[in-house]
Design a protein around this ligand. Structure first.
Ligand code: ATP
Length: 305
């Protein structure tokens, strides 16, 4: 069966090294342990939607190295269709090196690797899937022409998460149905300083031209949806303890895509995304903390009783 959601984006192998404190320039510190996981915004959002039960295809690029095999195995284990995952000869798979100190503060270096080689031609190889998918999700960890090609070919709802923030061509923004931004991404696109309150965020989002709807995620302050001048504030779901907020934004985007495929209204989709993202912050890591549909429903039940 063809995919319900197509995610076009980045995939990395992240190495997380625990350190007693972050090294100063020129300094060497002794790490106390390390873990390796598959990450990258594209892969994360694909996994989030797949965990929630969607048929997902991931379109991206890896190198012809061992990490490329690691990526393929990990995403296949989530049931994700990898027909659109290309192998770039001579390239290395995208990588991130994360140093985390005992207080949770981190330093991150990202190497785009094969993600930087994803081009429009590679995206066009899955044109049929893009035309048929109910939702296409794109971020900005890949080159602009890959982003533009994905959005131009998408036959269903187009969700763009412009992260990391950079200017987006007006012709691209005009085709976006749902733009998901956090405070800093919104500030960059609007050419303003970061909004503090939900009200300020809604006001700024309302001024963006192009996308049919804008969802601003506000971390522990929840999210706000702005569409055709109408504003819907969605509070964050209270959690007992935040373990690791990494991946909250990606869980939110994947869950929003899931809900839209199931025909939910955009308002309900934002609520569902906030419920899924709240679970993600209670676990450590990004993909490792993403909930299944049963987990989100169980948390909803628990909050009502
Ligand atoms: P990141 O890039 O770190 O994954 P982001 O900046 O893209 O995050 P956030 O706005 O931090 O995204 O978080 C996305 C959503 O996750 C929020 O809109 C909210 O619904 C949920 N969320 C984030 N932090 C919390 C929290 N502490 N408690 C409950 N929900 C949270």
């Amino acid at each position: 069966a063809s995919p319900e959601v197509v995610v076009v984006g980045s995939v990395n192998v992240d190495t997380v090294v625990r350190v007693p404190r972050l090294p100063a320039p020129g300094e060497t510190v002794l790490g106390t342990g390390a873990t390796e996981h598959v990450g990258g915004k594209g892969a994360n959002q694909a996994v989030a939607a797949a965990r929630l039960g969607r048929r997902v295809a991931f379109v991206g690029a890896v190198g012809d190295d061992a990490d490329g095999g690691t990526v393929r195995e990990a995403l296949a284990a989530e049931g994700i269709d990898l027909v659109g995952l290309g192998k770039r000869p001579g390239a290395r798979t995208g990588a991130a090196v994360v140093q985390v100190d005992t207080s949770g503060e981190n330093c991150i270096t990202v190497l785009a690797g094969a993600n930087g080689d994803l081009d429009a031609a590679a995206v066009r190889t899955v044109a049929d899937d893009l035309r048929r998918a109910l939702v296409t999700v794109v971020q900005l960890e890949i080159p602009d022409d890959a982003v533009a090609a994905a959005i131009a070919l998408a036959g269903g709802t187009v969700v763009l998460n412009p992260s990391p923030a950079r200017p987006v061509a007006a012709g691209v923004l005009d085709r976006v149905d749902v733009l998901i931004v956090n405070r800093s991404e919104l500030a960059l696109l609007a050419g303003e300083t970061e909004p503090e309150t939900a009200g300020q965020a809604a006001e700024l989002a309302g001024r963006l031209s192009g996308p049919a709807a804008v969802v601003v995620t506000l971390g522990a302050d929840g999210a706000v949806l702005v569409r055709a001048g109408a504003v819907t504030e969605v509070p964050a779901v209270a959690v007992e303890r935040v373990t690791d907020p990494t991946g909250a934004g990606d869980t939110f985007a994947g869950a929003l895509a899931d809900a839209l495929v199931r025909g939910e209204s955009l308002e309900d989709a934002v609520r569902w995304a906030a419920e899924a993202a709240a679970i993600a912050v209670t676990g450590s890591g990004a993909q490792s903390a993403m909930p299944s549909r049963e987990q989100v429903l169980a948390a909803r039940q628990a909050s009502r009783s």
